[in-house]
Ligand binder design. Structure first.
Ligand code: MF3
Ligand code: CO
Ligand code: CO
Length: 254
C-alpha cells in the first residue's frame, strides 16, 4: 500500500528532510584523510540528537551505527569502523533522520583529499544521473521513466547500475512502497501521483553491476573490486512536478 501524504504531513516531513541535508553539509569539512568512519558516525550521531531527532539506521534491523559509510568498492550499507580514510578514497555517507514522526533520507559521495580522475568522473555521472531522474518526476509520468533515464545516462558513460537495491517510499516508515528502480523502460511501472513521497538513490559502478555482501551481513561491495558511487534525495510529488525535500536552497549542496 502506498501512503500518499497530506500537505500537513509533508510540512512535518520537510523538517526531517532538511535536518538530514544539514547533516551532510555539517559533516563535509570532517571528511579528510586520516579520519575514521566511526568518528564521522559519532559526529553525525551527536548532531542529530542535539536537534531533537533520532538517527534512523541505529538498531534498524540490527544495524549497529547511526549512519552508513561506504568507501571505494563498497556500494552501500557500509558500517562505520576504525578504518581511516585515505587521500584519493571516495566515501558515501548516507544520513537518515527521524523527526516529527517522519524519516528523511539523503546521501552523497565525498572525495577524500584529491580524487583520481576516474573517481571524479564516476561520482559526477552518478550525481547527474540522480538529477536527471528527479527531473522526470511529475504526476502522470511512470516510475519506469525514472529508472530508464538513470540507466541510460549511466550506461552511456560505460558505467553500470546496481539492481539489488532501489529507492523507496518513505514517511512514518523508513522503507515503504513503492520501490523505485534505477533501471527500466519508459512508460512502464506505476503512475506517479501527487502526494507520493519517495527516494531516488542510484548506485553507479565503474565496472560490472554485480555485488556481494560481506560477512558483517550489511556491507555490499562490488564483485570486481571496482569503485561505486551513490547519491540520494527524498522528494515529494506536487501538483505539477516535484519538490526535492532534502535540498537546502541557497546553500552549496549537490
Ligand atoms: N539509508 C539507506 C537507504 O537509503 C538504508 C540504510 S538501512 C541501514 O535506504 F540499516 F543500513 F541503515
Ligand atoms: Co533510502
Ligand atoms: Co539512505
Amino acid at each position: 500500500m502506498i501512503h500518499y501524504k497530506t500537505e500537513e504531513e509533508i510540512k512535518l516531513m520537510k523538517e526531517s528532510c532538511k535536518l538530514a541535508a544539514e547533516v551532510l553539509l555539517m559533516i563535509e569539512p570532517y571528511v579528510k584523510p586520516g579520519v575514521t568512519t566511526e568518528r564521522l558516525d559519532q559526529i553525525c550521531h551527536d548532531y542529530i540528537i542535539s536537534k531533537g531527532a533520532v538517527p534512523s539506521p541505529l538498531n534498524y534491523r540490527g544495524f549497529p551505527k547511526s549512519i552508513c559509510s561506504s568507501v571505494n568498492e563498497e556500494i552501500c550499507h557500509g558500517i562505520p569502523s576504525d578504518r581511516k580514510l585515505r587521500n584519493g578514497d571516495i566515501v558515501n555517507l548516507d544520513i537518515t533522520t527521524y523527526l516529527n514522526g517522519f524519516h528523511g533520507d539523503t546521501s552523497r559521495t565525498f572525495f577524500v583529499g584529491s580524487p583520481r580522475k576516474k573517481a571524479a568522473k564516476l561520482v559526477e555521472v552518478c550525481r547527474e544521473a540522480l538529477q536527471r531522474g528527479i527531473e522526470v518526476v511529475k504526476p502522470g509520468a511512470k516510475l519506469g521513466d525514472i529508472g530508464a533515464t538513470i540507466q541510460n545516462y549511466a550506461e552511456s558513460h560505460g558505467y553500470s547500475i546496481v539492481r539489488e537495491f532501489c529507492g523507496h517510499g518513505i514517511g512514518a516508515n523508513f522503507h515503504e512502497e513503492p520501490q523505485i528502480l534505477h533501471y527500466g523502460s519508459f512508460g512502464e511501472g506505476l503512475e506517479i501521483k501527487k502526494g507520493m513521497v519517495f527516494t531516488i538513490e542510484p548506485m553507479v559502478n565503474l565496472g560490472k553491476p554485480d555485488l556481494r555482501i560481506l560477512s558483517d551481513k550489511w556491507t555490499a561491495v562490488t564483485q570486481d573490486g571496482e569503485i561505486s558511487a551513490q547519491f540520494e534525495h527524498t522528494l515529494c510529488v506536487t501538483d505539477n512536478g516535484v519538490d526535492v525535500m532534502t535540498r537546502l536552497d541557497g546553500k552549496t549542496q549537490f
